[in-house]
Design a protein. Structure first.
Length: 308
């Protein structure tokens, strides 16, 4: 017995419902549009366009609708479900990479790559390295100061001014791809001849998207890269990279606050609109472009507040 799932258009779904009209099951399962049984194959169709064929002749039945339909083998299913990371990943010497500032109106975009080998695990845990979202800003700064003298890392800061310059041609995802690629490339150079067992990026875009953008970069990292959301859960290297990036972001936000004369908040909320409005009234857009990511909706809101 095999199972095949097809994704069909609304039109094809209607066509199927009509075709199976004579063999419909009297009972429709929860959430299904209809269910039918044709020559031993059970067909269950959902409003989303998902249609499931089950039974010994599932493939033949499904191929009436899609000639390319084939059952997923048990192995393929297992692969799709299981994590892409090796089982012993947390024990490897890993180059981890993460970014900070992408969602904040004020301040730079910071990407940091850090290398953590097993002999440093105990020390990093002692420092308190963990998910940076669980740490306060003072804790982050303190841990970052210790990390800077403990592990190899490479940090890249894209200032708001530079960000605004390239934003028309580099969308936010492409910018991040370019920065991660460059940080990893430079750190690998620093580490040579040592090579990390693996490279892990805290995932911010599908792998295919990353590869599409990285293909346009000059110094492409050729070593394989793993991508996982919540990457800091899988290795201390990502957690360390995240802390270093966050500390640097905070430093920059402080520096830019001095530059413009206003305390710049992190994030992209109402507070940001209000401060941006003050900056606009004092120094206009030339002042704002030094400290904020202008393409955020906050800019228009700030203009309304400033010049109403
Ligand atoms: Mn991240």
């Amino acid at each position: 017995m095999s199972t095949i799932t097809l994704a069909v258009s609304p039109a094809q779904l209607q066509e199927m419902q009509a075709a199976y009209q004579k063999v419909l099951n009297p009972k429709t399962p929860p959430y299904a549009l209809f269910a039918a049984k044709n020559q031993g194959t059970t067909i269950t169709a959902y409003r989303s366009g998902k249609v499931v064929f089950q039974g010994n002749h599932a493939q033949a039945e499904a191929q009436k609708w899609d000639k390319a339909a084939v059952p997923k083998t048990a192995q393929a299913k297992a692969n799709a479900k299981s994590r892409s990371l090796p089982a012993n990943f947390a024990q490897l010497a890993v180059l981890g990479s993460d970014e900070v500032g992408n969602g904040s109106y004020f301040g730079p975009l910071v990407v940091c790559s850090a290398y953590v080998a097993p002999e440093q695990f105990a020390l990093l845990k002692e420092y308190g390295v963990k998910d940076s979202k669980l740490l306060t800003d003072p804790q982050i700064r303190e841990i970052a100061a210790m990390l800077k003298v403990t592990i190899p890392y490479k940090k890249l800061i894209l200032t708001p001014k530079k960000y605004n310059e390239i934003q028309p041609t580099y969308n936010a995802v492409r910018m991040k791809v370019a920065l991660h690629n460059q940080a990893i490339f430079l750190l690998l150079q620093d580490l040579a001849p040592t090579e990390p067992d693996a490279i892990l990026i805290d995932q911010f875009t599908p792998k295919a998207n990353y590869q599409k953008y990285v293909a346009q970069e000059k110094n492409q990292v050729t070593a394989p890269i793993y991508f996982e959301t919540k990457g800091e859960q899988y290795h201390l290297a990502v957690a360390a990279a995240s802390i270093l990036a966050r500390a640097s972001f905070l430093d920059e936000l402080e520096r830019l606050s001095k530059v413009c004369g206003f305390t710049l908040p992190s994030g992209a909320g109402v507070k940001s609109d209000q401060i941006a409005a003050k900056i606009l009234r004092h120094g206009g857009e030339p002042a704002l472009t030094e400290v904020a990511k202008l393409h955020f909706a906050n800019t228009e809101k700030a203009k309304k507040i400033a010049f109403r």
